[in-house]
Write a protein that binds this ligand. Structure first.
Ligand code: COA
Length: 371
């Protein structure tokens, strides 16, 4: 059948991954894939992440302030209250929180335990559900949040980790850095649901769902597996085996960046600072050196295979190292990413709502036509 009679939009070649398609104006973050620059709420990601006075709450306030006018004190207090309220629901959410996969548990607990909540109550619930799920999976009782702590400090304590300010600061740097990143898959999913007029929790569930697959948010665990697997073997040979088996190298490549992901630099600096500040993090330099060797081998190999397409380390490569160094178990990496990215989702949901416009692109019909 000829496409000649169809409107122009239907005749255009399908853009399956929507690359390069601009579907929203945003004041929340800017990703420059050529120069390797990330700006979040008007500031460079590295300046936010590595400035001591700026923690996750500060960035939440900056992102949400554009929509709701919350002060920093309000944000801190409301997130703390939300953690306490979420913890009160943990016992009744135990069947959800003990689902075998952490992301399934987080989805189910959020659907049941954060339904109808406003932005900050949903955001405050996530670290509680992540920590409670991990504790229950380990056969240990969940630990109650402490409203005097920040999100990063409290997440570590609720996981049963020691009260270590350097590691909490490094976790803060992580949460800040991943708080927003343009129209990535999960943020887009959240915005699509928001555009239908839905309330907040279903939008957040859409974002969480988009993190379940390995291509977005799911790579840090496998990156750590790769670093473990290559510790005593030739990294290049191991990587060649992965590619020969038809698998992608996790933590490498990015839809937008054509240079090394700027967040990888931020995490390397956060790791260096952690190593200086925390006497217990003496394993960091050796792990970092090994990661750089594997990264370099992967870069060379991918360049040989795709000379036309720079495939460099992305955020998830060094996420693996940073989260490992702050004591987060690898099965919680994606869920911890969700805690940070939830800030961006919420700000985008608000921004999308203000447009009042349903997101509804077109598909080109390539099926049979009736005779
Ligand atoms: N390992 C091996 N090959 C890779 C690769 C990787 N990490 N990333 C991309 N490629 C290959 C693709 O297979 C494709 O090759 P082909 O044309 O021979 O099939 C080519 O490079 C171009 O990639 P493209 O499909 O245009 O990339 P994309 O924009 O769709 O993918 C990612 C971006 C992130 C999904 C992709 O790089 C990837 O899967 N990375 C690994 C997962 C990961 O780290 N995710 C976290 C992202 S922050």
């Amino acid at each position: 059948m000829s496409l000649a009679g169809l409107p122009i939009a239907h005749r255009a070649p399908a853009q399956a991954g929507l690359e390069g398609v601009v579907v929203a104006d945003t004041r929340l973050s800017h990703v420059d894939g050529e120069r390797g620059e990330l700006i979040i709420a008007g500031a460079r990601a590295e300046d936010l992440a590595l400035t001591e006075a700026i923690d996750f709450e500060t960035v939440v306030q900056r992102l949400l302030e554009l929509g709701s006018g919350e002060t920093l004190v309000d944000v801190r207090q409301r997130l703390a209250e939300a953690r306490v309220a979420a913890f009160a629901r943990v016992a009744q959410l135990t069947p959800a929180l003990t689902l075998p996969n952490t992301m399934d548990a987080l989805l189910a607990a959020t659907a049941q335990g954060a339904a109808g909540g406003d932005a900050l109550s949903v955001l405050g619930s996530l670290p509680v559900f992540v920590a409670a799920s991990a504790r229950l999976h380990a056969g240990q009782p969940p630990i109650a949040p402490d409203p005097q702590r920040s999100t990063a400090q409290d997440l570590r304590i609720m996981l049963g980790l020691s009260d270590n300010p350097a590691r909490a600061r490094a976790l803060d740097a992580y949460l800040v850095t991943v708080s927003d990143h343009g129209l990535n898959a999960s943020t887009f999913a959240a915005r699509v649901v928001a555009s239908t007029g839905s309330d907040i929790t279903p939008c957040i569930l859409a974002g969480l769902s988009a993190l379940k697959g390995p291509l977005h948010g799911g790579a840090p665990g496998p990156v750590l597996d790769m670093l473990d697997a290559t510790t005593n073997v030739d990294a290049r040979a191991w990587l060649e085996g992965e590619l020969a088996a038809g698998r992608r190298i996790m933590g490498m490549g990015h839809r937008i960046y054509r240079v090394r992901d700027p967040r990888a630099f931020v995490f390397e600096r956060a790791l260096a600072r952690l190593e200086q500040e925390d006497g217990e993090s003496s394993a960091v330099p050796a792990r970092l050196a090994h990661a750089r060797r594997v990264e370099q081998a992967a870069e060379v190999l991918l360049c040989e295979r795709h000379p036309e397409r720079p495939l460099r380390a992305n955020v998830e490569f060094y996420t693996a190292l940073l989260l490992e160094a702050v004591g987060i178990p690898r099965e919680l990496f994606t869920a911890t990413f969700a805690v940070g990215r939830c800030a961006g989702w919420l700000a985008h949901i608000e921004e999308q709502r203000r447009t009042g416009r349903l997101i509804r692109p077109a598909a080109r019909y390539v099926g049979q036509m009736p005779h």
